[in-house]
Write a protein that binds this ligand. Structure first.
Ligand code: FAD
Length: 471
């Protein structure tokens, strides 16, 4: 096939896309600014099981609270993709620990370094070309007018990190999967939604530590896997990976008036003598939790994963969305390549798959409206909501697993009104959840095909709905 796809960024989204295109015999090149050994995170993440299975990974069997299978790490060694401990049911604690709910999770704790390296290896073996220390700098494009369809992306400038030289790489299609900095799409004309800068308010700051655990002291210091959801506008968790190893994490809204998540972790550790000082793995970074882009494509260009802000806004888990986006994009691009097309009408199928067919996008858009409201709740309000049962049942479970579910919560509101001394809080919650429901329905009606007028109308309505969230 005389159709060349260039992918910038070797994260899960870019790699799964490259692997699938290469398997279809489509020439594909990945440029990654880091090195093979730096791919992913230096810790294990909770990743959605369904997208991992869709991407071809053998999901282990659950035996009690342990995963069993060929890809599971053994207790004594660190090889393997998945951590052995399983959390089919996760304990959610209120910030003051006085209330606890159990929810089902559709997640498996996945070693992000191993996942990154495995996916890039699969892409390479399928025939994709991969270059490390190559940084995508800006898109090469022409403009015939002001509209999205008047744009034509024909390549990208790539900097060789070793030699310090830049060169133009031409392609039929450039895919940006470079994570939340998403430098390429921001080089497009500013009036296009594709060039939107993600504000600080759409980020969380996350800190993770994997520490050794003293097994003797652990006998008198039991630590359940838990998630203190809503703590300091984010979360604080601990997961016991193996009897001798514990993962502790915290995330907060990315804002000057929030505590440092590292301090939250230190405070937790100070209360648990079994957690040792030695840090096995870990790190910290901002994490995107905002609203997904309203459009992911332009002629000759497609953006996916964190670069398009598609993580679950209420948790920051974005690996599943990146994998699904890579798979959906591969089908659209493979067909486009066979037809020798890279126009907007053809690439629009990716938007349709994301927002309409799979409904993942509609859920994420709705949750992105709920997230700022949840983050605005102080500990006192959250403790109360947990205690009176407002955060009980399906809706919280759905939200953590990436799905929006409004009605049951809304139906509960009148009875809760009686139990709460702050009706203003509940009125705000009711208003935001009702808007989120409207957003969900609006995104489920995303234009199935590209047509400038109908997209512009749809977008105006979407903006109107979101502007009311922040009223
Ligand atoms: C601290 C933290 C904790 C998280 N925890 C979870 C979790 O528990 N579960 C979960 O599912 N998700 C989690 N996420 C989110 C998850 O990591 C992302 O959603 C996911 O990795 C997105 O995949 P991606 O393919 O879009 O991009 P990324 O994984 O971000 O990969 C982008 C790649 O592009 C490269 N790159 C960047 N710029 C350029 C450039 N200009 N040129 C070339 N290469 C470039 C980067 O080096 C990187 O390798 C977390 C994120 C953070 C930051």
């Amino acid at each position: 096939l005389n159709y060349h796809v260039v992918i910038v960024g070797a994260g899960p989204g870019g790699c799964v896309l490259a692997r699938e295109l290469a398997r279809e015999g489509i020439p594909v090149t990945i440029y990654e600014k880091g090195s093979f050994s730096q791919l992913g995170h230096d810790w294990s993440d909770l990743v959605e099981i369904e997208p991992l299975a869709a991407a071809g990974f053998e999901i282990p069997e659950l035996e009690g609270n342990r995963w069993v299978g060929t890809l599971v790490k053994k207790e004594t060694e660190d090889e393997g993709l998945f951590e052995p401990h399983a959390i089919p049911r996760l304990k959610l604690y209120s910030p003051d620990y006085q209330a606890v709910k159990e929810i089902k999770t559709g997640m498996i704790t996945t070693d992000r370094r191993k996942l990154g390296q495995e996916l890039v290896e699969q892409a390479r073996q399928a025939g994709a070309q991969i270059y490390y220390h190559r940084e995508g700098m800006q898109l090469l494009y022409r403009e015939k007018g002001n509209s999205l369809e008047d744009l034509e992306v024909y390549g990208v400038t790539v900097k060789d990190g070793e030699k310090g030289e830049c060169r133009e790489v031409h392609a039929d299609l450039v895919v940006e999967s470079s994570g939340y900095y998403s430098i390429l799409r921001k080089s497009l004309p500013a009036h296009l939604d594709l060039a939107r800068h993600f504000p600080n308010s759409e980020f969380a700051m996350v800190h993770r530590e994997v520490r050794l655990r003293d097994r003797e002291k652990a006998k008198n210091d039991p630590l359940p896997d838990h998630y203190r959801y809503g703590y300091h506008s984010g979360y604080q968790w601990s997961h016991v990976h193996t009897p001798g190893k514990i993962d502790i994490g915290a995330g907060v809204r990315y804002a000057f008036n929030q505590p440092d998540p590292r301090d939250i972790i230190e405070e937790y550790i100070s209360r648990h003598p079994s957690i040792m000082a030695y840090r096995v793995r870990g790190g910290r970074s901002p994490c995107i939790v905002g609203k997904p882009l309203d459009n992911f494509v332009a002629p000759g260009f497609l953006v996916l994963g964190d670069a398009a802000s598609t993580s679950i806004p209420t948790t920051g888990c974005g690996t599943g969305s990146a994998l699904m986006a890579g798979l959906w994009a591969s089908r659209v691009i493979a067909e486009a390549a066979r037809e020798g097309r890279n126009d907007l009408g053809k690439l629009w199928d990716f938007n349709r798959k994301f927002y309409r067919d799979g409904s993942r996008g509609a859920h994420l858009a709705a949750l992105s409206a709920v997230r700022p409201m949840l983050q605005s709740l102080n500990h006192d309000s959250l403790n109360h909501l947990y205690r009176i049962g407002l955060l009980e049942g399906g809706e919280l479970e759905k939200s953590i697993n990436g799905e929006f579910m409004a009605p049951p919560l809304l139906q509960k509101l009148p009875s809760i009104f009686r139990g709460l001394s702050r009706p203003y809080l509940l009125r705000t919650m009711g208003r935001v959840l009702s808007l989120a429901g409207q957003i969900y329905r609006h995104y489920s009606r995303y234009p199935a095909e590209w047509e400038a007028g109908s997209f512009s109308q749809w977008k105006t309505e979407a903006e109107k709905l979101f502007s009311r969230v922040y009223d």
